[in-house]
Design a protein around this ligand. Structure first.
Ligand code: HEC
Ligand code: HEC
Ligand code: HEC
Ligand code: HEC
Ligand code: HEC
Length: 250
């Protein structure tokens, strides 16, 4: 009998029993890793952050421009998250003792970046670029929800492929237009939207929707449809190939 089981077989058996026992845990473990990865974050679910940073307060009540902190957003693929120096331009003088900025102070003293948890992300095999969307006048709120109302940041949209495609199929319904400031470029209009909110200016019904974080979508009547198409032409939006796989997967 002993001859049939060659030496080494025993260890192999033990190993496979162990592997068998470990498998369910492995599955659970990777499963939980996947569900906690940023592109599977739930929509409308605030994450724990090292400091309770409020966009409502900084971007609207204090009126700081998005580009002051997200310097890449109009020129690069990635918007970027600000370095501690940016916070310290103010926080070395104000609220210096607040426990809420302890993590910022520590980062400054130890010269190590703050470890913000990612709220929004697409998987590595997807190509996304902020700059072209901003250049064509797609408003941040359209993709991130009501940033202007967030005391702590959450994910405003699911960022799934079908969602990207629902706009790429016909962006004319989604381009932001500042009716009162047509002289501004589409890009400048995106940022002026937050200035309007900061100043408490009167908003159009579409802007109200956008400010609430609802999808800014123009009413589906002939007038709006024509206006949307004219705007696409004005802004050189080219939809012909916008749904091709290689646009987002290359
Ligand atoms: C004073 C600096 C500052 C300003 C101004 C600012 N942000 Fe931020 N933003 C941050 C910091 C810090 C984080 C990372 C922490 C967090 O997620 O809240 C962040 C995170 C974000 C995120 C989520 C990033 C992720 O992990 O997915 C979005 C979206 C965002 N900001 C959009 C905006 C928009 C839109 C504006 C302008 C209306 C703006 N921010 C203005 C500092 C700023
Ligand atoms: C232009 C100045 C300015 C900049 C830049 C700035 N802040 Fe602030 N921040 C303030 C002010 C003013 C307050 C006080 C708010 C109040 O009155 O409650 C504040 C409050 C805060 C609070 C809440 C403190 C508390 O005790 O409740 C946090 C957290 C915070 N800031 C984080 C940041 C971070 C992180 C950055 C950099 C990404 C940053 N701030 C950049 C001006 C600034
Ligand atoms: C067309 C949709 C869209 C618009 C418009 C948009 N974003 Fe994003 N944003 C995304 C997606 C998708 C991601 C995740 C990107 C990734 O994982 O590479 C993201 C990620 C971010 C992040 C995380 C860090 C980074 O570098 O990517 C920040 C900060 C951010 N956006 C800020 C902004 C600001 C500020 C604006 C407006 C000026 C804006 N976004 C407009 C879709 C958008
Ligand atoms: C609300 C509308 C909207 C949403 C949502 C949106 N896009 Fe776009 N996207 C556009 C517009 C408009 C353009 C510009 C097309 C042009 O001008 O030719 C564009 C262009 C692009 C381009 C560049 C194409 C090129 O030819 O260089 C990429 C890449 C892209 N989008 C990826 C994405 C991804 C990935 C998502 C989802 C995470 C997404 N977009 C969501 C409207 C949108
Ligand atoms: C406008 C951008 C965009 C275009 C165009 C696009 N995709 Fe995607 N795709 C995404 C995003 C974002 C994801 C990741 C989020 C998700 O899984 O939905 C994705 C995920 C995928 C996945 C992984 C699905 C999964 O469940 O993990 C496959 C496969 C895929 N795309 C194939 C394609 C094919 C084939 C085409 C052309 C017919 C295409 N995509 C066109 C944005 C795009």
């Amino acid at each position: 009998m002993a001859q049939i089981f060659k030496p080494g077989m025993n260890t192999l058996c033990t190993a496979s029993i162990f592997a068998g026992a470990a498998l369910p845990f492995l599955v659970l473990f990777t499963g939980s890793r996947i569900t906690r990865s940023p592109y599977n974050n739930k929509v409308d679910n605030p994450l724990d952050q090292p400091a309770p940073f409020s966009h409502k307060h900084h971007a609207i009540e204090l009126g700081i421009d998005c580009r002051f902190c997200h310097t890449g957003v109009e020129t690069q693929a990635h918007a970027g998250v600000p370095a501690t120096e940016v916070c310290m331009t103010c926080h070395s003088q104000i609220w210096t003792n607040s426990p809420n900025i302890e993590a910022i102070r520590k980062s400054w003293e130890t010269n190590t970046p703050v470890q913000w948890n990612k709220v929004n992300a697409v998987p590595d095999f997807v190509y996304f670029d902020h700059s072209i969307h901003i250049a064509r006048g797609v408003n941040c709120n359209n993709c991130h929800g009501a940033i202007n109302r967030m005391p702590i940041t959450w994910k405003g949209r699911d960022l799934r492929m079908m969602w990207c495609l629902s706009c790429h199929e016909d962006p004319s319904k989604f381009l932001y237009k500042d009716e009162k400031h047509p002289e501004l470029s589409p890009r400048q209009q995106v940022f002026n939207f937050y200035k309007k909110l900061a100043k408490g200016e009167e908003l159009t019904p579409e802007e109200e929707q956008l400010a609430l974080g609802e999808e800014q979508r123009m009413p589906d009547d002939e007038n709006h449809r024509n206006a949307g198409l004219a705007q696409m032409k004005d802004r050189n939006v080219n939809v012909n190939q916008l749904k091709d796989c290689y646009v987002c997967h290359h």
